[in-house]
Design a protein. Structure first.
Length: 264
């Protein structure tokens, strides 16, 4: 399977600074997106620490043979990497008063042929467009999602909730954090959208699907997604990463080409 990547991050229309960070490692088929939180500039420090650490540490593991690893080994490598990144952010937050209380949500993906491992902490999301169907394949670690799961609030009511951004997991907030990792089969034509809540809170799933199914390059679709969030108010930083899967073209050998030509 071949993969194509594009990414874009934007401060939005309300925030003065951008606390989101995105990282791409096309060679190792690794993508990371983080949405920071905290006072001063601490949110952007936390998100930058997370994406840099994951890209470097997990990227090194992949280079050293991780692409031949099975699902259990890759999952464990991702968990160890997140644990180390979490401790680094937590220690920085507790050793520098300017960084007190900082943390970050995160979503990441590793693409390996016909499978992908998606890991996330918090409410940064991954969607998959397969054919004409858009599906959110991560489940938010948030108070709102827990209330939905408990039947205390409906999906329709959740759209108007005032506590959408209260997450129950984030990197750097405590000395340990639980990464949720799931494996998915990758099919030809799959388009994966990784995003911060600055996109998902502002743009409906129907509009997301329409933009992803439109014509244009991946970078043009990234721009269209960001523009849609800003047109809806741009109340938060907006970050997107797109990953498109395409089946490798099998080259016919010389003999098969000759036979094909002679039979026409």
């Amino acid at each position: 399977m071949n993969f194509e990547y594009a990414a874009l991050t934007d401060p939005g229309l309300v925030r003065d600074n951008n606390e989101d960070t995105v990282a791409l490692d096309a060679e190792n088929h690794l993508v990371v997106l983080a949405d920071g939180m905290g006072g001063y500039n601490a949110g952007e420090v936390a998100s930058a620490m997370a994406t840099t650490f994951i890209k470097e540490e997990l990227g090194r593991w992949l280079v050293e043979g991780g692409h031949e690893a099975n699902a259990r080994e890759l999952k464990r490598a991702m968990e160890i990497c997140i644990d180390n990144a979490n401790r680094s952010i937590f220690n920085a937050a507790n050793s520098n008063p300017m960084y007190a209380g900082m943390g970050t949500t995160m979503v990441m993906g590793v693409f390996m042929g016909t499978r992908t491992m998606i890991g996330h902490v918090g409410d940064s999301r991954c969607y998959r467009l397969r054919g004409n169907t858009l599906q959110q394949i991560t489940r938010d670690h948030s108070l709102l999602q827990e209330q939905i799961d408990a039947g205390l609030i409906s999906q329709e009511q959740a759209q108007f909730a005032t506590h959408k951004n209260l997450v129950t997991r984030a990197l750097g907030v405590e000395d340990t954090v639980l990464l949720e990792v799931n494996e998915y089969r990758v099919e030809d034509g799959d388009l994966y959208l990784f995003c911060s809540d600055g996109l998902s809170d502002m743009v409906s799933d129907q509009q997301l699907a329409a933009i992803l199914m439109s014509t244009g390059s991946l970078q043009e679709k990234c721009r269209a997604l960001v523009d849609a969030a800003n047109e809806s108010g741009g109340r938060d930083n907006i970050s997107v990463i797109l990953t498109l899967a395409r089946a490798k073209q099998v080259r016919r050998g010389l003999l098969s080409r000759m036979l094909g030509n002679s039979s026409s």
